[in-house]
Design a protein around this ligand. Structure first.
Ligand code: SF4
Length: 335
């Protein structure tokens, strides 16, 4: 593209963004703390799934100081249901570093943000450009797809970063980065790009000519859990600290595959985690199971559950069985 074309593309895209951007809570200010929290939550997670958690998280931890002072279990409790819990742990670790070693001062450049736990090249560039106006381009899945269609070529990662940098508007880098991501999320979508509505239509080499990629088939599996209740408490077990998924989170005790306790389940629900769809059945724990589970598990009253990091599935089950509800802050509570 010529310099004049590049200028024109930037102008057109920013104008489109100004008129069409979604009103998302993390776009209402450029505070680095709230931008950072939103960027971490949005990694591999849909906007719709993040909205509630984002509001709840900022209510509970309104500043980096408050987050740094919290216990990890409290951070995980608020994160419960959002998945990819290593994100919450690293966010918490980074908050402690900022509070203690930088006396609460946020880094201002992408390079300095990258030194913190859980912050890769994309996240560092997003925060530095949005909050501090640094002229660094972002490249996430949405931007990469837009670039490949725009140039009509498949690129290596390195070339994509270079292309993103060439396109970047140096005057409004944060808005331009968000405009590219917004275009990928709402117009230049993976399966059905809306080229007729696209502001970059006249610049685009492919205009949606690329065949949609077939999505990988999702895995399906069935799992069962046991529910044990005593007075107003429920029995939960903790996942191992070295588990690859949801380490240290609390959940209902799992039953061995095929065990049904001979009864109809109390509840059946569907639950999806990453690329797997689960059919979940919950049975009343038998006396023998109760004995086994009680050895490794722990009884929790509703008050204790208020701040417990539950897995998203366990929270969902307890709510469906009316054993958990939302308090005024939206946290899960067992009854
Ligand atoms: S014209 Fe179509 S393919 Fe090209 S960037 Fe726009 S939506 Fe994507």
């Amino acid at each position: 593209m010529t310099a004049a074309q590049l200028r024109s593309l930037r102008r057109v895209l920013l104008r489109w963004y100004d008129a069409n951007r979604r009103d998302l809570p993390w776009r209402r200010n450029r505070n680095p703390y709230s931008v950072w929290v939103s960027e971490i939550m949005l990694q591999q997670t849909r906007v719709a799934a993040v909205l509630d958690h984002y509001a709840r998280f900022l209510r509970r931890f309104p500043t980096v100081k408050a987050l740094a002072a919290a216990r990890e279990s409290s951070v995980l409790a608020i994160w419960s249901g959002l998945g990819y819990y290593h994100r919450a742990r690293r966010l918490h670790q980074a908050a402690k570093l900022i509070a203690r070693e930088r006396r609460g001062k946020f880094p201002r450049t992408a390079e300095d943000w990258s030194d913190l736990p859980g912050i890769g090249r994309y996240t560092a560039a997003a925060i530095a450009s949005i909050s501090f106006g640094e002229a660094v381009a972002v490249l996430d899945g949405n931007v990469e797809r837009v670039l490949q269609r725009l140039y009509g070529q498949l690129h290596t990662k390195q070339t994509s970063w270079q292309r993103a940098d060439i396109l970047l508007d140096r005057e409004r880098p944060g808005d331009f980065n968000q405009a590219m991501m917004e275009l990928g999320a709402t117009i230049c979508t993976p399966r059905a790009p809306q080229c007729l509505r696209c502001p970059l239509n006249t610049f685009c080499k492919s205009r949606g000519a690329e065949q949609p990629r077939r999505q990988a088939a999702r895995k399906r599996t069935a799992i069962s859990y046991a529910l044990a209740r005593r007075d107003s408490s429920v029995l939960l077990v903790q996942r191992p600290a070295n588990a690859s998924l949801m380490a240290g989170m609390w959940e209902l005790p799992a039953l061995a595959p095929g065990v049904t306790n001979g009864d109809a389940p109390l509840l059946q629900v569907r639950h999806s985690i990453t690329d797997t769809d689960y059919r979940v059945a919950v049975f009343t724990a038998s006396p023998d199971q109760l004995h086994d589970f009680a050895t490794n598990g722990q009884w929790f009253t509703h008050r204790q559950c208020e701040r417990l990091p539950l897995t998203g599935l366990t929270r969902k089950v307890l709510r469906r069985l009316s054993l958990a509800s939302k308090d005024s802050a939206g946290e899960s509570i067992c009854h």
